[in-house]
Design a protein around this ligand. Structure first.
Ligand SMILES: NC(=O)c1ccc[n+]([C@@H]2O[C@H](COP(=O)([O-])OP(=O)(O)OC[C@H]3O[C@@H](n4cnc5c(N)ncnc54)[C@H](O)[C@@H]3O)[C@@H](O)[C@H]2O)c1
Ligand SMILES: O=C(O)C[C@H](O)C(=O)O
Ligand SMILES: [Mg+2]
Length: 473
């Protein structure tokens, strides 16, 4: 099946090629099945045979199978092996632990371990606050999941969640120098998760909850925030809301509309959808309508099992309309997707108000693909790195935790989140802003530093900072 290829789905075909076979035969077979050749390398060459590695971008698994079959049918070609670049990058996992102090001799050992270590233990026993200077606590964050809402893949369990959590830990380190590691829990029980996180908290300077499904995620976070004295932050709620608001602040400048006048439609009222709705209400949006696959448009008068839907009905949908997502989208200025793949169509987009803004943020497959939506929208964004305007919580969590850890904040509060959103939005200058550039790149090295600075200022102002970092008065 032909489709849009993606840099994130790349296979390497190792081929034995007889001398009589012209390379164009292979190139044609790849092209005709919708693949794109990214690189060609020679592995070995003899009189009778050349072995080459052909790196090809494909669109999906079906496309991959079709392409391999087509190439293997060419007379004089043997497919030796097919490897997947993404899988290769996961071999052995993506993280390891390094020690900061060399242990070369007995003397070193006697300081970092028995007997010297005992004196440090007793100093901490007398004053546990010294953990911030004498242990890894001040720079270490736990990435905690139960594997119930992994990206848009749903409840795939704690083991299958590992690659995402290792990825988050890598991003903490690479972007903000924060040490973190994945804690994937084999329980979905709210009380058990709360108890486990509280029990492991002594090691950590902060807790990043990740991919825990709603509505359990709301209670887990609320309770941990109340019962722990370190920042607890559910990334899918607040990281997403911060980045979405940053993107919307800039997108509205392009279309010349105000927060207070727009109608925003949400697909997905889970962790991310609810937090983004709360963020927009705080930013002055008055007309929000939310819909989910299970209950359609959430409205007053209906009885919902999910307590968050009751809250949502009270705080949205001013005209109390009923129906499906497709009904909700009529006349909307902004669509925000935090649900699942391909839930809206071009027909839905055609019903939107002038200059539609579409944030299709479900991962890995958005609510509508940019190449399908683009002719009908003014500003398009997704959560992915292979399209312009990547609205992904990675723009927030490294910087917001960097700031919180550096001032030893007891919490990450509303003021800090709002400050982070405006900080991210401000990185795109007025002269740079355009439909394809509403949000800075994840690789823009000003993001983490700008967010950190604004978050520390907000933490100090709102009274949650326990330490004033250098350069802040
Ligand atoms: N871009 C980002 O930074 C970012 C951040 C967080 C979440 N997300 C994406 O948002 C989505 C929801 O995440 P969450 O943490 O809120 O999960 P969640 O489990 O808390 O909520 C999921 C919500 O989406 C709805 N939904 C799920 N699949 C659907 C489908 N196929 N069609 C219609 N509705 C569907 C559910 O009914 C529910 O309301 C995921 O796809 C996730 O990848 C993106
Ligand atoms: O992991 C991501 O890419 C973003 C977000 O946390 C998600 O769950 O989709
Ligand atoms: Mg997530």
């Amino acid at each position: 099946m032909k489709g849009q290829t993606s840099g994130s789905y790349t296979i390497i075909l190792r081929l034995e090629i007889e001398p009589a076979v012209p390379f164009i035969r292979i190139a044609n077979a790849v092209h005709e099945t919708g693949g794109e050749i990214a690189a060609v390398d020679i592995v070995s060459k003899s009189k009778n045979m050349t072995v080459r590695d052909i790196t090809v971008s494909v669109s999906n698994a079906e496309n991959e199978a079709e392409l391999i079959e087509s190439v293997s049918k060419i007379p004089g070609i043997g497919v030796v092996n097919v490897s997947d670049r993404t899988f290769l990058m996961h071999l052995g996992g993506k993280l390891e632990v390094h020690s900061k102090v060399p242990i070369k001799n007995r003397d070193d050992l006697s300081h970092v371990y028995t007997p010297g270590v005992a004196r440090v233990c007793m100093a901490l026993h007398e004053d546990p606050a010294k953990a911030y200077s004498l242990t890894i606590k001040r720079n270490t964050v736990a990435v905690v999941t139960d594997g119930t809402a992994v990206l848009g893949l749903g409840d795939i369990g704690p083991i299958a969640a590992m690659p995402v959590m290792e990825g988050k830990a890598m991003l903490f380190k690479e972007m903000a120098g924060i040490d973190s590691f994945p804690i994937c829990l084999n329980t979905k029980n709210t009380e058990e998760i709360i108890a486990i996180v509280k029990s492991i908290a002594p090691v950590f300077g902060g807790i990043n909850l990740e991919d825990i499904s709603s509505p359990r995620c709301f209670e887990i976070e609320e309770r941990l925030k109340r019962e722990l004295y370190i920042p607890v932050f559910h990334d899918d709620q607040h990281g997403t809301a911060v980045v979405m608001l940053a993107g919307l602040i800039n997108a509205l400048k392009i279309v010349g509309k105000n927060m207070s006048d727009i109608k925003v439609v949400f697909s997905g009222i889970g962790a991310a959808g609810v937090a983004c709705t709360k963020m927009l209400l705080a930013a002055g949006v008055k007309h929000i309508v939310g819909a989910t696959r299970s209950v359609g448009i959430v409205h007053r008068g209906a009885a919902y099992d999910n307590p968050m839907f009751q809250w949502y009905a009270q705080h949205s949908n001013p005209d109390n309309v009923t129906g499906s997502l497709s009904d909700a989208i009529d006349g909307a200025d902004v669509f925000i997707g935090l649900s699942g793949p391909n839930v809206i169509t071009v027909e839905d987009l055609k019903k939107m108000a002038r200059d539609p803004i579409v944030f299709a943020m479900a991962n890995p497959t958005p609510e509508i693909l940019p190449e399908v939506a683009e002719p009908y929208v003014r500003v398009m964004a997704t959560g992915r790195s292979d399209y312009p305007n990547q609205l992904n919580n990675v723009l927030c969590f490294p910087g917001i935790f960097r700031g919180a850890l550096d001032c030893q904040a007891t919490a990450i509060n509303e003021e800090m989140k709002l400050a982070a959103a405006y900080a991210i939005a401000s990185i795109v200058g007025e002269d740079e802003l355009n439909e394809q550039y509403i949000i800075p790149s994840v690789f823009n090295n000003r993001v983490v530093e700008t967010v950190r600075k604004k978050v520390i200022e907000a933490a100090m102002k709102s009274g949650v900072a326990r330490k004033i970092p250098h350069g802040f008065a």
